[in-house]
Design a protein around this ligand. Structure first.
Ligand SMILES: *Cc1c(COP(=O)(O)O)cnc(C)c1O
Length: 379
């Protein structure tokens, strides 16, 4: 993967491969332009400033879930007219800030939120452009902590609420309904799930049509999964097939624009976490590889039992040994892999944890007073 001399790098370190990012953006843009689809990058996946600037330069819009993300997006060159703002708990301060910037869309998740946006917009004598984030009750078939589109989740407006919300909105002068928004979850690898989403949106659009409402845009959120098991086999996600699903199954009305909010699929594969073996500790059943990266650097395995491919970059051994690969933090969940077969490993070996560009560094903490992993860019 690298022509880089990793032995000069202080570990743990996030390695961001800008060539992979640029190639991914290039393919993404080509495939999206084919259908004139609009892409917003979900900042929460990775907010490293250089990464953001690369993505803004490529001309993508932004998907933000906090006021600070909107500020950061603007600072890194994303245009306000291309910023969507999601989240179930937007504060007055965040709403006021977003109103002043004139963002593309507030993706609203409840009636109380719409009422507050209407009230705050009225005080500013302006009109907020909003979309309703609808919970389509489509199961994303992904980990339960990253499923967002079924009724038991906190996200979105449930189908049975829509009519009463639209009735209430008839009396609101300072919000303009411009879109319908959906985001059903993350790391979705079965494209049929998106087909189900399209069919559902078609039904939901009928409901709005019956009230003579045709919104300007449909936003289908993000969620396209990446290949964690064999990253080199698919460094660039299959955007072509993904967009084709929407082209084939989603019934857009004339002039309706289609928007996407992708995070993981844009930045996931460009990142790796470089670490070093501190100790090899004998266990009763198997040995532990204790490495200098921890759940404080990458929490996905501890939080969602996520799989990341792990490689030993140093060992030349042809003998495979099963290890539990663990970090130094005082929590039993600080585990990267259990019973993983690796070439026989020793203290000082370099270990590479793959596909960590999304939801890696952004979720880091300094628990146990650990230092932050440094960032190294590879070109
Ligand atoms: C997290 C999030 C996304 C991005 O999801 P990915 O799985 O990273 O593509 C898009 N839209 C919303 C509203 C989100 O919360």
């Amino acid at each position: 993967m690298m022509k880089l001399d990793y032995t000069t790098i202080k570990t743990p370190a996030y390695l961001y491969n800008l060539d992979v990012l640029r190639q991914t953006l290039k393919v993404l843009k080509t495939e999206a332009e084919h259908y004139a689809y609009h892409i917003h990058y979900a900042l929460k996946a990775n907010n490293n400033e250089k990464i953001l600037e690369e993505i803004a330069d490529a001309g993508l819009g932004a998907d933000c879930v906090s006021g600070n993300e909107i500020k950061e997006a603007l600072k890194r060159g994303f245009r306000a007219e291309a910023i969507a703002f999601a989240g179930v708990g937007k504060t007055d301060e965040e709403i006021n800030f977003a109103l002043d910037q004139g963002i593309f869309s507030f993706n609203c998740e409840s009636l109380p939120e719409i009422e507050v946006i209407n009230e705050l917009a009225s005080k500013k004598n302006t009109k907020a452009s909003i979309a309703l984030r609808i919970n389509p009750n489509v199961d994303a078939n992904t980990h339960k902590y990253i499923t967002t589109g079924i009724e038991e989740n906190k996200f979105g407006i449930n189908l049975w609420e829509i009519d009463s919300i639209l009735d209430r909105m008839d009396n609101m002068k300072n919000v303009e309904l411009n879109g319908l928004h959906f985001h059903i979850g993350s790391q979705i690898t079965d494209l049929d799930t998106f087909k189900n989403l399209c069919n559902r949106i078609n039904q939901i659009q009928e409901k709005f049509y019956a009230r003579q409402i045709i919104v300007n845009h449909i936003n289908v959120g993000g969620g396209l999964g990446i290949e964690y098991y064999d990253p080199d086999n698919e460094l660039i996600p299959d955007f072509k097939s993904y967009f084709k699903i929407f082209h084939d199954f989603l019934e857009l009305r004339p002039k309706q624009q289609l928007h996407f909010e992708l995070g993981r699929s844009i930045v996931g594969q460009m990142g790796s976490l470089l670490s070093k073996v501190i100790y090899v500790k004998k266990g009763s059943v198997k040995d532990f590889l204790i490495i200098d990266a921890a759940m404080t650097d990458l929490i996905r395995p501890a939080l969602y039992q996520a799989y990341h491919k792990i490689e030993n970059l140093s060992s030349q051994s042809t003998q495979a040994v099963k290890y539990d690969v663990v970090g130094p933090v005082c929590e039993s969940s600080d585990i990267f892999a259990k019973s993983l077969a690796l070439p026989s490993s020793k203290r000082g070996d370099y270990i590479l944890i793959r596909s960590v560009g999304a939801y890696g560094q952004v979720m880091a903490s300094n628990y146990n007073m650990r230092d932050a992993a440094q960032v190294v860019f590879i070109e």
